[in-house]
Design a protein around this ligand. Structure first.
Ligand SMILES: Nc1ncnc2c1ncn2[C@@H]1O[C@H](COP(=O)(O)OP(=O)(O)OP(=O)(O)O)[C@@H](O)[C@H]1O
Ligand SMILES: [Mg+2]
Length: 256
């Protein structure tokens, strides 16, 4: 059976106008994302990566061209329809995790589920399961501030995938992390998405992320200039996600 197409972008153009200045951020992008694949787009600063991601994510509108998500043409959709589609089909991961600072890890993952109409009990169960999958079983009640950068991104991954989205869109997900942590985060993103059968589209400057791509594309000046098809998969053997260790007991006295 043919792999289903999840995102289809055709002749996409985006022009920004600021006063007298016009920037053509996208100049005719054609791109297809299939079910459950892990695709990376790299390219120099200003080449249009974030613009493309935001349009696919329905956060921004194209000037012309079409975007089809899971069989639906979104270009003519009203805001209400777009919000619904975004809530149910798309998960986002950004460079800075965008977690809500006053909510615990568990509550941050739960929130979009409740917003999408899930009942509290199944929402809590699903959120716990997702956090366990990304290795954070021992950090459920931590606030974002009480987590490391890598752990915060793990929460963001759990949150993005919690509502069974078809697509994960990630903009520089490792941009704020050191190489080793970044590499762990990509691995977790890859494995968690595969488990959920979700497609992942990452835009990044990070060669560590590009190295892990099943398909790698390059953008320049608002178009996709290079693309590789299926790459060998040996780089990405599935292995168990390493959970973070339990917290040491909080104590003021120093052991002798
Ligand atoms: N809201 C906006 N208003 C006006 N111009 C914009 C806006 N957003 C982006 N641009 C311009 O569009 C072009 C593409 O920007 P975009 O953010 O998509 O690049 P990028 O590839 O994500 O770059 P980076 O790697 O630095 O994140 C740039 O020239 C940018 O200045
Ligand atoms: Mg960008």
């Amino acid at each position: 059976m043919e792999t289903p197409t999840i995102v289809q972008v055709a002749n996409l153009e985006k022009t920004y106008r600021l006063g007298n200045v016009t920037v053509q951020a996208l100049r005719g992008v054609n791109f297809t994302l299939y079910q459950a694949e892990f695709v990376v787009i790299t390219g120099p600063s200003g080449s249009g990566k974030t613009t493309l991601l935001n349009i696919i994510g329905t956060l921004d509108k194209p000037s012309s061209g079409t975007v089809t998500i899971d069989g639906e043409d979104i270009t003519g959709m009203k805001d209400g329809q777009l919000t619904k589609l975004r809530r149910h089909k798309i998960g986002f991961i950004f460079q800075f995790h965008n977690l809500i600072p006053v909510l615990t890890a568990l509550e941050n993952v739960e929130l979009p589920l409740l917003t999408a109409g899930m009942k509290p009990k199944p929402a809590r169960e699903r959120a716990s399961l997702m956090l366990e999958r990304v290795g954070l079983k021992e950090r459920l009640t931590h606030l974002p501030d009480e987590l490391s950068g890598g752990e915060q991104q793990r929460v963001a991954i759990a949150r993005a995938l919690a509502n069974h989205p078809k697509i994960i869109l990630a903009d520089e997900p490792t941009g704020d992390l050191d190489t080793k942590t970044g590499s762990e985060v990509v691995q977790i993103m890859y494995e968690s998405a595969k488990k959920e059968n979700a497609s992942v589209l990452v835009v990044t400057h990070d060669p560590v992320v590009a190295d892990r791509a099943e398909k790698l594309f390059e953008m320049r000046d608002g178009i996709i200039t290079k693309g590789t098809q299926q790459r060998p998969r040996e780089a990405f053997r599935l292995r168990a996600i390493e959970p973070v260790p339990p917290e040491p007991a909080r104590s003021l006295s120093q052991p002798n």
